[in-house]
Design a protein. Structure first.
Length: 379
């Protein structure tokens, strides 16, 4: 096993393609992804206003909307046709239509209506609009309620309650900035570790397959004549040990460099990453049975990154998936890794509190060890 370990390490350091996956990709991808998603939140999105009321109350509403960090009043339009034209040209991404009876309804104590139309091509903009409009609505309701209480002769009650009998306050756990990078990067980095390792392992496997074809079924650069168990364990430990520095860099330093959530204990998530790396190594050795050429991994592995991202629950919760996709996700080490690492990193969970995910990756490591042994024995 030691001889296999040393030989595999030599093959890695002398193969530029493998080094690209094992070193350059883990170093560069987290930085590139985080820079793409910065700034984390969308601010000052241009909005067109159609004010059909033209009253002091409607102008005050627009003034408050303009003061919101999420919206910026781009233009006043006399009608909806002009506003829709601005949206079609991409100059605005939202239209605020204040109904003609807005001021009268506010004065009469009746519900007043403001319609908002949002461009749904980017959900980040829509989320910013919803958040800004909700805060604006609560603020206006508080002021109007306070004025009505004061007008009824209960000024002291209005002052004591601040205009609203119940105040709401939002506390965002794990992602205090409500930023997109803080939300998605902790999951993506786990997927990067798995996919880059599998791509490198399959690249080595495809290269070995080419050498065997040229040499009558024997790879002269492999340690031949050793048990299949020693072969797979020597290779898997080589890949896992080689990945320890990139793992520390990705899980420990990337969140600090970009000020992403990092509340968990580093010892916990580094121990948590070990079965992820080991199961990914065995999975890569298993997939080597499909590698006929050096480039086969690009065709068979790269496209799965998007699939695994969805299966991890980052974009759609796993509890809402069907049984089939839940089982498919359970077969992917990174799916367990994403769930557990986010809990540790963003919510300061301990290793014991993510025991289900931790054990799940060890189970996959055992399963893929057996399949990798079968592949190595057949060869």
């Amino acid at each position: 096993m030691g001889r296999v370990f040393r030989r595999e390490l030599s093959l890695i350091v002398h193969d530029a393609g493998v080094l690209l996956f094992f070193v350059a990709l883990p170093l560069a991808y987290p930085v590139v992804y985080t820079l793409i998603y910065n700034p984390e939140v969308v601010r000052k999105i241009p909005v067109a206003v159609v004010d059909e009321s033209m009253t002091a109350d409607s102008r005050y509403f627009v003034q408050k909307a303009s003061a919101s960090p999420g919206m910026e009043i781009y233009a006043y339009c006399p009608n909806m046709a002009d506003a829709r034209e601005l949206m079609a040209e991409g100059k605005v991404f939202g239209i605020m239509q204040i109904q003609h009876d807005y001021g009268r309804n506010i004065g009469n104590g009746e519900p007043a209506h403001v319609a908002f139309y949002a461009d749904m091509s980017l959900l980040l903009r829509y989320r910013t609009f919803v958040s800004a409009l909700t805060d604006l609505q609560l603020d206006i309701i508080s002021e109007v309620t306070g004025e009505r209480i004061s007008a009824g002769g209960l000024a002291s009650l209005a002052a004591a309650s601040g205009g609203m009998p119940v105040k709401s306050e939002s506390n965002f756990l794990g992602d205090t900035e409500q930023g997109f990078a803080s939300f998605v990067i902790p999951g993506i980095v786990i997927l990067i570790l798995q996919q880059s390792m599998i791509l490198g392992v399959t690249l080595l496997g495809g290269t070995s397959r080419e050498r065997r074809r040229r040499n009558g079924g024997i790879d002269p650069r492999q340690i031949n004549g050793v048990p299949a168990s020693a072969t797979i364990w020597g290779k898997a430990l080589c890949y896992t040990v080689f990945y320890i520095p990139p793992t520390i860099y990705i899980l420990r330093f990337i969140p600090e460099i970009f000020n992403l959530p990092h509340y968990g204990n580093p010892v916990d998530y580094l121990l948590f990453a070990f079965p992820l790396l080991l199961s990914s190594a065995f999975l890569g050795l298993t997939l080597n049975c499909f590698m006929k050429e050096r480039e086969s991994g690009f065709i068979l592995i790269v496209f799965t990154s998007v699939i695994f991202l969805f299966l991890s629950g980052l974009t759609w919760p796993r509890y809402a998936m069907g049984p089939l996709w839940t089982w498919v996700g359970n077969a992917v080490p990174a799916v367990w890794g994403v769930e557990g690492f986010i809990r540790i990193n963003s919510n300061a969970a301990s290793l014991a509190e993510v025991g289900r995910d931790y054990i799940g990756m060890w189970v996959l490591a055992a399963i893929y060890m057996c399949t990798a042994w079968l592949v190595a024995r057949r060869r």
